[in-house]
Design a protein around this ligand. Structure first.
Ligand code: URA
Ligand code: CA
Length: 435
């Protein structure tokens, strides 16, 4: 087989066989196929697309490029949740203990990563003493005993995806549905889950800016799942403004505790119940999505969700007393109010700009080497649809430096306040199930 023939085949709209896709992915991972040929191939895929079969074959070739996690020692159906990324998305911190509280095993592999705030692992590490670097044996034992464990990046998972994603980033080939779908799904499959609930974000603060694109990405991922025997469904949720009020690591842990207590922001609460009920249903722990939702609501009301959170924190070495005394979480030295300049209604909060504001405060990493400040971040005091009077606080900045003009400027850029009444945005736009 010659790479140049496969490039021209795809360039001319042909369909590649599994053997041909394996050849490409293996060759590129090992270094026998150079970047320039792979770039050309990726651009051909960008323009010509891939069939569902090709996309599934590409996914499995990337899974097979490295280690996979074996979760078979954990009893029950393991369901994972993946979000395509947004701003202040606190759902994983809530869902891990919440879903575990009803008895569904949650074996969560999470990253640190770059971005507006830290990754899920960084957020959990805002809890004093908590460590995510646990070995495989403890990970599995803990899921069997406490029903939930979180671990950082382990082993050499999907090296092909790492290398290809890096190349896509600099060759204008990130925004291709088959490439995104196979990239995301390969990582979920390699981390060992039996079933997958996807939260595909749509809106100004997301990868996919419009509903049509988000649906196409969701459908492609759900179809990969069916093609490779992992039950998969997707929820398309709104990212036209950040989710909840908190953006920042310790601030989001506090927000998650409030939500597990039933006192969280409405949108975060609702999205967690929606995603969580699909997770519980796919785990075959309920006969319907409605019944699953009732189980989760009951876990919140009875205090079981908070109890599970405490047990999980303790199992990973953390100080569980933060659940009752959140003041023990890292706190910033300064709280600075950003005030509305006029009366009206909030009509837009550009999630991206808010995320950037949080990052320049130190809540996230701009480069791999950046240090995160777990205490800092933003609390949104007003969201889309809220009425404001001139001088009302719209955002509180939690900062460890006194001068934050650069942050304030971005917050004003992000917020639009209009004269006429504005409705609240739809939170869940669609659900995509396998055919
Ligand atoms: N996230 C991923 O992991 N891969 C993509 O291709 C896009 C978003
Ligand atoms: Ca949040």
């Amino acid at each position: 087989m010659r790479m140049v023939d496969l490039i021209t085949k795809k360039r001319d709209g042909g369909q590649l066989t599994k053997q041909e896709i394996d050849f490409i992915i293996e060759g590129y991972t090992k270094g026998t196929i150079p970047d320039y040929q792979m770039s050309s191939f990726l651009m051909s895929v960008f323009f010509k697309g891939m069939t569902p079969q090709e996309t599934a074959d590409m996914t499995m070739a990337m899974v097979d490029s490295g280690d996979t996690i074996d979760l078979s020692a954990i009893k029950g159906i393991k369901v994972d949740k993946h979000s395509t990324g947004g701003v202040g998305d606190t759902t994983t911190i809530v869902l891990a203990p919440l879903v575990a509280a009803v008895g569904v095993p949650v074996a969560k592999l999470s990253g640190r990563g770059l971005g507006h705030t830290g990754g899920t692992v960084d957020k959990f590490e805002a809890i004093p003493g908590f460590h995510a670097e646990i070995d495989n044996e403890q990970f599995i034992k803990q899921v069997n005993e406490v029903k939930v464990a979180v671990t950082g990046p382990t082993g050499n998972l999907t090296p092909a995806d790492k290398k290809i994603y890096g190349l896509r980033d600099v060759t204008g080939t990130v925004n291709s549905i088959p490439l995104m779908a196979s990239s995301i799904m390969s990582k979920k499959i390699a981390s060992g889950s039996d079933a997958i609930v996807l939260d595909v974000k749509v809106g100004a603060g997301a990868f996919m800016k419009d509903l049509e694109g988000a649906k196409a990405l969701a459908e492609a991922m759900v179809e990969i799942g069916s093609n490779v025997g992992r039950n998969t469904m997707a929820v398309i949720s709104d990212m036209n403004q950040p989710l909840g009020y908190a953006i920042g690591n310790a601030l989001e842990v506090k927000e998650a505790i409030d939500t597990l207590r039933g006192e969280g922001p409405d949108d975060l609460h609702e999205l967690c119940l929606t995603l969580g009920s699909h997770m519980v249903y796919l785990a075959e722990h309920a006969n319907s999505v409605e019944e699953a939702r009732r189980q989760l609501e009951e876990a919140i009301q009875s205090g079981k969700a908070l109890e599970t959170f405490k047990a999980f924190i303790e199992a990973q070495g953390g100080d569980a007393s933060i659940v009752d005394e959140p003041a023990k979480l890292p706190a910033a030295s300064y709280q600075i109010a950003v005030k509305a300049k006029q009366d009206g209604y909030v009509s837009a909060i550009v999630a991206d700009s808010i995320g950037t504001a949080a990052m320049i405060l130190g809540a996230g990493r701009a480069t791999k080497e950046s240090e995160i400040d777990l205490a800092v971040g933003l609390m949104l005091e007003k969201k889309i649809g809220d009425e404001v009077k001139q001088g009302d606080t719209i955002v509180t900045i939690h900062s460890n430096r006194e001068a934050v003009e650069d942050v304030i400027e971005r917050i004003y850029e992000a917020y639009t306040i209009t004269g006429s009444k504005v409705g609240r945005p739809t939170l869940v736009h669609a659900e995509i199930h396998s055919k």
